[in-house]
Design a protein around this ligand. Structure first.
Ligand code: SF4
Length: 466
């Protein structure tokens, strides 16, 4: 049973060039990025001549042993943690994805989804390509292989010019590390340095863990080639680059609060979202509590703005994994309680405001509100630190159909009643933008307003390549 019906993470990528312990550092980098994907993980390393690879289903600390890391030799490595947003959760689809072509071994780890993957794959198959997996990442490798007569760098540029949608990539050969970000920059990707070695990662929290110094973000539409000759930056879209479309949901939910992405620290932005909620919903109440951990930072911002104390009305069990055995019908609520348990002595007789970062299907929120009521709360209000999620995401977040979103075809009063609330408030889009202290034009806001920066192509879906 999946315990949380919140939005699911996308993927995380890490790469390093020029360090004796490249694979071990990649292991730690992936550890820091585990929140972005928990289904499978893998590392590919290289020593200038040979490529070494290990990947498996499961979490980073469960998958890799000392022996695996010893076997991953070389000064260059890339790593990937996956949550499936295109293709099923199978080992064949785990990253990094590796092919051998023309005497070269090319591996790719990809965060984001391509919106023209199904069209490109159909075309490639008509031209004779044979695919092993059901992920869009494999298409990038086929497109590179088709252009290899022009040399590796030009082949990468040509391949990336053909794909549409979201990608933050790390790529490796026997002797080169490549990092690339799509021209709109949907997903984050940063560049750092560690004792002369170059490091790239989905989020700065991975740089922090390996003690690399943040240098800058990989720019939207930038491709970095890093090898023995140094670092080369190529910007193939220069002069024709579309407007940026940073995923605002990274700020709300995905990125770790200790990371800085798109130029700002995530913790601070989430606190500002809470402060914006306080301005929009100054509710009369006795207790303000977050749904931990997702609502923690917005709740801190809300209480600080209103001069109220923050209470932890539910306590999280940190030892619960993502899934567990399905409880029988009579034990249905165990699913929620095993993860979060209300503090009865705190909540009994009180008017409670609970704060959460987002509501997807509403089933988890419903069960949690029920638990708060059973603990004796007199009133329960829910404040959500983003607007209602009404439209599916095609760029690598796993709510790819509107059927998964309660706000897609239900109004607020229905949702409040369905969840069992006295009142429900969502942060306005303007409030959300203001909290980011960035221009509205910079962001993708499509899951809130349906305004897709790259129009979804008919036929695209999570399982369209299967
Ligand atoms: Fe992010 Fe939403 Fe845009 Fe998807 S649709 S990229 S989740 S802002």
């Amino acid at each position: 049973m999946v315990i949380n019906d919140g939005p699911k993470e996308a993927c995380g990528v890490f790469g390093i060039f020029g360090h004796q312990e490249a694979a071990k550092l990649t292991y730690f980098g992936l550890y820091a990025l585990q929140h972005r994907g928990q289904e499978s993980c893998g590392i590919v390393s290289a020593d200038g001549y040979r490529v070494y690879e290990y990947k498996s289903m499961g979490l980073v600390p469960d998958v890799f042993t000392e022996d695996h890391l010893e076997g991953l030799r070389g000064h260059l490595a890339i790593g990937h943690v996956r949550y499936s947003t295109c293709g099923s959760s199978l080992l064949i689809n785990a990253g990094p994805f590796t092919v051998r072509h023309g005497g070269m071994t090319i591996s790719v780890g990809h965060n984001g989804n391509l919106i023209n993957a199904h069209l490109l794959r159909r075309q490639l198959e008509e031209d004779g390509s044979i695919f092993q997996a059901s992920i869009d990442t494999e298409i990038i490798l086929h497109l590179i292989a088709k252009n290899m007569r022009l040399g590796f760098e030009e082949a990468v540029i040509r391949a990336l010019k053909q794909v549409k949608g979201a990608y933050s990539l790390v790529m490796s050969t026997e002797d080169t590390l490549v990092a690339a970000r799509d021209p709109r920059g949907f997903r984050p990707l940063c560049l750092g340095q560690l004792n002369g070695a170059w490091v790239v990662a989905s989020e700065t929290c991975a740089l922090d863990l390996v003690e690399a110094k943040y240098v800058r973000d990989v720019e939207p539409g930038e491709i970095l080639f890093i090898n023995g000759k140094g670092l080369r930056s190529i910007k193939p879209w220069e002069g024709e680059r579309p407007k940026s479309a940073f995923c605002i949901f990274e700020y709300i939910y995905f990125a770790r609060p200790d990371s800085s992405i798109f130029g700002h620290n995530v913790y601070r932005i989430r606190k500002r979202q809470g402060a914006a909620l306080a301005k929009e919903f100054p509710l009369d109440c006795d207790i303000v509590m977050p749904f931990p951990d997702s609502g923690n930072y917005a709740a801190l911002g809300y209480t600080a703005a209103r001069g109220l104390p923050l209470e932890m009305g539910m306590i999280r069990n940190h030892y619960v994994g993502r899934t567990f055995i399905q409880p029988s019908q009579s034990m249905r609520d165990f699913g929620v309680r095993v993860k979060l348990n209300p503090v009865r002595e705190l909540l009994a007789g009180q008017r409670v405001v609970a704060i959460e970062d987002s509501v997807v299907r509403g089933t988890t929120a419903k069960a949690r509100i029920k638990a708060i009521r059973q603990a004796g709360a007199r009133e329960v209000h829910l404040l959500v630190s983003c607007p209602p999620l009404r439209y599916p995401c095609y760029y690598g977040i796993d709510f790819s159909s509107s059927g998964e979103l309660i706000a897609a075809d239900h109004d607020l009063s229905y949702i409040a009643q369905h969840i069992g609330l006295d009142s429900l408030g969502y942060l306005s889009l303007d409030g959300l933008i203001e909290a980011t202290r960035t221009e509205k034009e910079w962001f993708c806001l499509a899951c809130f307003n349906g305004d897709y920066p790259e129009a979804p192509i008919e036929g695209i879906s999570k399982h369209c390549l299967e």
